[in-house]
Design a protein around this ligand. Sequence first.
Ligand code: GDP
Ligand code: MN
Length: 398
Amino acid sequence: MNLHEYQGKEILNSFGVRIQRGIVASNHKDAVDAAKQLTTETGTSWYVVKAQVHAGGRGKGGGVKLAKSLAEVETISNDIIGMMLVTPQTSAEGKKVNQVLICEDVYYPGDSEPEEYYMSVLLNRNTGKNMIMYSTEGGMDIETVAEETPHLIFTEEIDPTMGLLPFQARKIAFNLGLSGVALKEMTKFVSALYTAYIKSDSSMFEINPVLKTSDSKILAVDAKVTLDENALYRHKDYAEMRDLREENPIEVEAKAAGLNYVDLDGNVGCMVNGAGLAMGTMDLIKQAGGEPANFLDVGGTADAARVETAFGIILKDPNVKAILVNIFGGIVRCDRVAQGVVDAYKSMGDKINVPIICRLQGTNAVEAKKLIDNSGMEIISATEFQEAADKVAEVLAL
Ligand code: GDP
Ligand code: MN
């Protein structure tokens, strides 16, 4: 689950990671109040207005702006709130901005060269260990750094049984070219950051930039935090941070119905039971020349109600031109699934406006095929995997 910058920073702060202070606001009046409060708390007289959307590269898209007075906070917030922010990480239409984070300006005027670093914490799936990735080249697109100057990106792997050891935190600070007070501050920053990552059950932290101020403070100016959804039951307060406005509405609905659904760009809707078979089905659709419109695992109980919900969700995607049902009946018998498909089809009537190809294999597959063929519904049955894919290609006239 992805979080907004202000929520990520809240979590970091709760574990003692120093952050650029900020207050979130959803209209320009609140933004001005937020700025006044920041001045009381931090003494800042300049502010940064930052669009809160689940996408990076906001600065490039005009979603991060410096305000040198309360009047500027008001006009800039007014401009940013409600805008469709387009960044290198959003679609062409962009993301609607509902809130801004009003931050203290931490790039002191007269600071000749504020140092910006890159730091992320994530799981290295190849070694099964968490690692800290870091670079002196912060503030910019890390993908470009990785491509053009990969030697400037360092990684430090952490042994899961021992955790981050003090020498590792010092090594990171040292590799970033720090000494004296800044080295000590960075060592503390890295330790607190790793503790926050572990204790919050996160799956990714990306802090770009980490800033060194001219008086050697180290702080997180940005925070991209992804929480491990499977651990949310341990963090009720984090679960409440979910912002459904940022998520794909069809995926939100599918999740509420207990379906495992991921929206994709193609035109063949898939309804499959089991993640492995779903992946195999998507591969086969591609081999036959089609493109899957979604990944959908309906799970073990493919009864009529579930099949109907799944059809409804698949059909919300206007790109869908055919639906392939591919279900293996192990414990759940194929004839019961077939009955479910037929019942769902009947009850949905003309809401189903695309051809359906249905392949049921496993227990009672023969009975299932008969049931479909004799249903009088326009459902094309198939027995073999390849046959099903070919029939999809046929109806799409590929
Ligand atoms: P992103 O573009 O979505 O990654 O958003 P960031 O939070 O990283 O902000 C983008 C850029 O805004 C940073 O790289 C900084 O250069 C700049 N910025 C952020 N905070 C401040 C600030 O307090 N003062 C000034 N002058 N610039 C800032
Ligand atoms: Mn950033």
